[in-house]
Design a protein. Structure first.
Ligand code: GTP
Length: 385
């Protein structure tokens, strides 16, 4: 049974949505232009701010009203004319009234200065759009020549890199001198420390193709089966421990902004009561939401240990937790969560998690005390572990 067959009977599966970010001049338009010619982009709608910036002339086939244009690749292109919500609603309307034959995916290009979180929230908090779309991934472009300085100077750029599922390195072809090469090597280490789980791809090596950038979410794009290991990429967080030390051998480790960002994983084989998970997430969300740049994971629930619950949040907004029919990866049935935080130390999150999930550390205040006053949790003084 294909997805389409299923769609005719039950509710349609949500359409995966990819957000492309990157600082001014990082190469977003260049990348999109290339992606639009990729046959793998057929039945994808690309939502961009303005057509003018992108060289669409030779791709243009027909305009079909409502600002949606069909390209020769089969790709749909639309501008954000009203707002993003209206644009995404227009696409659904086109799909539902048959004007658009298929819509397998949406790619949104953000403006360079944007923090991607509000865009993701727009969709995740919308009562209808949140049912019809799901966040597949965030792709962040960084310039190999200027990226290091941009991350130093602009916190938005740092956050864009930290929340990414894929990082595309552009302009590596412009690296010439040994000094540039060495700076770039250090930059790679910096990115791996900031966001270990995001695969890094080189645009000029031909790695930034649709197959590597899209379908980075929980569901394997081919089989449509959840692939937790690939989605979380936990191994990368373990490897990073080594990287971190190497990183300090490089010259540019004095980045105070970077020190505010933390990437870590939590795991436990002990099943977690559904109510305890809910309380943990509520507390994290309400008291520390803006500091949770990204949270992804699977949880083994005590009441239903055979069916993992999927957690996916961007700051204080979480997708409604989804229950998978079974654990996908053979024997690994542990709860595993990956966190990227800003100004929220790993030790603090770990103690909270332990308190709610039963692995209480001796010096941790009890759960009741935390729930009563989440802002005055023992051991957290605003300094970093
Ligand atoms: N050499 C080289 N130049 C690139 C590469 N990617 C982008 N550029 C150039 O960098 C400049 C900026 O690229 P754009 O694609 O316009 O960047 P953008 O992120 O869309 O920029 P804004 O729309 O201003 O945010 C252009 O002159 C591109 O030709 C690359 O991989 N190598």
């Amino acid at each position: 049974m294909t997805e389409n067959d299923a769609g005719r009977r039950g509710p349609k599966p949500p359409i995966p949505l990819t957000v492309i970010t990157g600082f001014l001049g990082a190469g977003k338009t260049t990348l999109l232009n290339r992606l639009l010619k990729d046959p793998a982009m057929a039945d994808t709608a690309v939502v961009i701010n303005e057509f003018g910036e992108i060289g669409l002339d030779h791709l243009l086939v027909e305009g079909s009203g409502e600002g949606i244009v069909e390209l020769s690749s089969g790709c749909l292109c639309c501008t954000i004319r009203g707002d993003l919500v209206t644009t995404l609603e227009d696409l659904l309307r086109g799909l539902d009234n048959g004007r658009i034959a298929r819509l397998d995916r949406v790619v949104i290009e953000t403006t360079g200065l944007a923090d991607p979180a509000p865009i993701l929230h727009t969709i995740m908090l919308h009562p209808y759009l949140s049912l019809r779309y799901r966040l597949d991934g965030v792709v962040t472009l960084v310039d190999a020549i200027n990226g290091n300085a941009t991350l130093d100077a602009h916190e938005e750029a740092l956050r864009q890199a930290a929340v990414a599922d894929r990082i595309v390195l552009t302009k590596t072809d412009l690296i010439e001198s040994d000094a540039q090469r060495s700076e770039f090597d250090g930059f790679l280490v910096r990115l791996a420390t900031l966001n270990p789980g995001a695969k890094r791809l080189e645009a000029s090596a031909g790695e930034a193709v649709a197959a590597n950038l899209l379908g980075t979410g929980l569901y394997d794009p081919e089989s449509k089966i959840p692939d937790v290991a690939r989605w979380l990429n936990e191994e990368a967080y373990r490897d990073r421990a080594h990287h971190h030390h190497h990183g300090h051998d490089h010259s540019h480790d004095v980045n105070r902004h970077d020190d505010r960002i933390r990437a870590f994983t939590l795991s436990t084989s002990k099943p977690i009561q559904a109510s305890a998970l809910e309380m943990f997430l509520d507390l994290m969300r309400s008291a520390h939401g803006p500091k949770l740049l990204r949270v992804k994971g699977v949880v083994r629930i005590a009441e239903d240990p055979d069916r993992p619950v999927v957690i996916h949040g961007v700051q204080h907004v979480f997708h409604p937790p989804a229950t998978l029919p079974a654990w996908p990866n053979g024997d690994d049935r542990r709860t595993r969560l990956v966190f990227i935080t800003s100004d929220l130390p790993e030790g603090f999150v770990r103690r909270m998690f332990d308190a709610f999930t039963g692995g209480l550390a001796p010096d941790t205040p009890d759960r009741q005390a935390m729930t009563d006053n989440p802002l005055s949790i023992g051991g957290f003084s605003g300094t970093f572990d």
